[in-house]
Design a protein around this ligand. Structure first.
Ligand SMILES: NC(=O)c1ccc[n+]([C@@H]2O[C@H](COP(=O)([O-])OP(=O)(O)OC[C@H]3O[C@@H](n4cnc5c(N)ncnc54)[C@H](O)[C@@H]3O)[C@@H](O)[C@H]2O)c1
Length: 362
């Protein structure tokens, strides 16, 4: 069935499928957006949809019915990742546009199928890479030119959710999408290490992504950390930008206009640093700017932007292709982690064998 075109001057009728931890927030935001009419919430867990539907004053359902599918133009798919394809297929086949949470799908093939379904049915397909709408990230866009080196940290205590995917697909995928978008060049290579700790898949991972334009991104993710931290540092040719998503702060440091390295008397500056401390010396050469971060709620901006794409038929900010590229890099990272684990085991065995051979018998 072809995409259902929403009425230009009426709120878009929307649905949220999966109202667990994040889907509950999708439903709340739609219920507050003037451009949306939340028609209902769906959750296969008995009682869950009713709890959320009652709290928002909207009907609740345990599954998608033909009447429900016929009454909406757009929907958020916020089920665990392994169900994204099946749920989104049912919606798109009924002419409904979808925002599919990240990671878009469990595998590359499933991601491709989602893109192909959207094309066949003319549905808008947006992927829930919410950090693109985070005001902390958005505030940096005017300043980022030719990133040379990027560092991302995304660590959290164990949540016991998203157990169907690894930390690479669960957390690191946010930063993979951000760096792919910031660097905007093909990936040349990926090197990664990681480990399983509590779950059946990687719970911590460290990856180095090298781009064909020379930029390198070091991306770290853990879901077995004691504390929560979300940081990004971007070194550009002309400036350094440091972001803290939790503190909602951003800082840009750049060399002062007219900076002349050859004019620095390093010996004199070293003794000045001893006498006055590092800051006065540093600020002689660098401008430090605190970025102005608006207090917008990223989910609200994201869903508003999705509705705008549905209404206008324009490409969403985060397309299915973006979601697929992020999965492709996540898969490469995971493969490299597994290869490096095999490497580690064979090196370790060889090392122990050598030690044993070199130990004189007692
Ligand atoms: N963008 C982000 O920052 C972000 C953050 C958290 C989670 N997520 C993503 O959102 C999705 C959901 O994560 P969560 O933490 O809310 O999980 P959750 O387990 O808290 O909620 C999932 C809900 O979906 C329901 N469900 C399962 N299968 C269903 C089906 N076939 N039909 C209808 N309902 C179904 C479950 O009963 C549950 O209530 C995952 O893809 C996850 O990766 C994204």
């Amino acid at each position: 069935m072809e995409k259902r075109a929403p009425d230009a001057d009426k709120p878009i009728p929307v649905l949220v499928v999966g109202v667990g931890h994040l889907g509950k927030a999708h439903a709340r935001v739609y219920s507050e957006l003037p451009g949306a009419e939340l028609v209902g919430v769906v959750d296969s867990l008995p009682g869950r949809a009713k709890e959320i539907g009652d709290s928002l004053g909207v009907p609740s359902f345990e599954n998608l019915t033909p009447e429900l599918l016929g009454s909406v133009a757009a929907a958020s798919v916020v089920t665990p990742t392994r169900y994204h394809l099946d749920v989104a297929r049912e919606l798109m086949e009924s002419g409904v546009s979808v925002l599919v949470e990240k990671p878009m799908a469990s595998t590359i093939d499933e991601g491709k199928e989602l893109i192909s379904l959207a094309k066949t049915h003319g549905s808008t397909l947006q992927v829930g890479h919410i950090e693109r709408f985070n005001p902390v990230v958005v505030a940096t866009y005017p300043y980022i030119q030719n990133p040379v080196f990027i560092e991302c940290d995304r660590i959290s205590p164990f949540s016991f959710r998203s157990m169907d995917i690894s930390v690479v697909m669960d957390l690191m995928i946010h930063d993979i999408d951000l760096v792919l978008n910031l660097v905007n060049a093909p990936v040349a290579s990926v090197d990664a290490v990681g480990a399983r700790v509590l779950s059946d898949a990687e719970d911590l991972a460290n990856a180095r992504i090298t781009f064909e334009n020379g930029c390198v991104a070091m991306v770290k993710a853990s879901r077995v950390a004691i504390q929560r931290s979300r940081k990004m540092r971007i070194f550009c040719e002309n400036a350094y930008i440091s972001l803290d998503y939790i503190a909602k702060t951003g800082m840009r440091i750049s060399l002062k206009d007219g900076f002349d390295r050859s004019a620095i008397d390093f010996e004199k500056m070293a003794s000045m640093e001893q006498a006055q401390g590092a800051f006065p010396v540093f600020t002689r050469y660098f401008d430090i700017q605190q970025l102005n971060i608006p207090s917008d709620e990223p989910l609200k901006t994201e869903l508003d932007s999705f509705l705008e794409a549905v209404r206008t038929g324009r490409d969403p900010v985060v397309t299915g292709e973006h979601g697929l590229q992020a999965i492709e890099i996540a898969v490469k990272i995971t493969e490299d982690i597994r290869r490096s684990q095999d490497d580690y085991l064979s090196r370790r065995l060889r090392f122990l064998d050598r030690q044993e051979a070199e130990t004189p018998p007692e």
